[in-house]
Design a protein around this ligand. Sequence first.
Ligand code: PGA
Length: 252
Amino acid sequence: MRKKIVAGNWKMNKTFSEAEELITEIADQLDGTKPENVEVILCPPYIYLELATDIAEDAPYSVGAQNINDHDMGAYTGEISAQMLIELNVAYAIIGHSERRKYYNESHEFLAGKVDSALRHGIRPIFCCGETLPEREAEKYKEIVKTQLYDSLFHLTPEQFGWVIIAYEPVWAIGTGVNATPAQAQEMHAYIRKLIADKYDPQIAGETTILYGGSCNSKNARELFAQADVDGGLIGGASLIADEFISIIKSF
Ligand code: PGA
């Protein structure tokens, strides 16, 4: 079902005590003031997930992982599986973030396996897609995103696809302070919805949640979220400051 979502991708930030402080502050500030129609998701590093779900027992947010392995169990040193996370009440997993594609060479095929693994265990993928600056300048941005969706997501059945959230994150906007303009975001979100309508059907496309990510902050969130096909944001840097994150959540 299409929802308004604000998700915080903490990346590899915060010590344990800082994480505890930030989660508690977010929970306290949201208590009684969270807009009812907005789902808030915190994606801290793995080792803070249990902390987040414990604090979250009655708190108005859900918890997501930043990555998962494509297998369930076995000899994969250093990896974490969806099967492990679901027991911690982790409801979401970011899959295909551009930093993982770039630094860990995650291929379309590998990401398809991660999506399958999340769905096998009832974890909802937040699937990231987006082009680099040279790809945008070469007017290839639609083609790039189309390939990312076709090669890692469009093997899913319509029922499975209904579990997926998409995050359009132009690589040139991530952590740079240069966000996509609302018009650029809307153009791509509408295009993604069209691809889903062509592959599945217009109803499924209309029900898919598509988030924007890339230098989204309390100053630009309102205009970005006001676009017809933008259903919320995947927030990096600005999710590490409680006041900033809360103000983004209240930007719809
Ligand atoms: P940013 O990161 O908000 O710091 O640009 C977004 C993301 O990488 O998900």
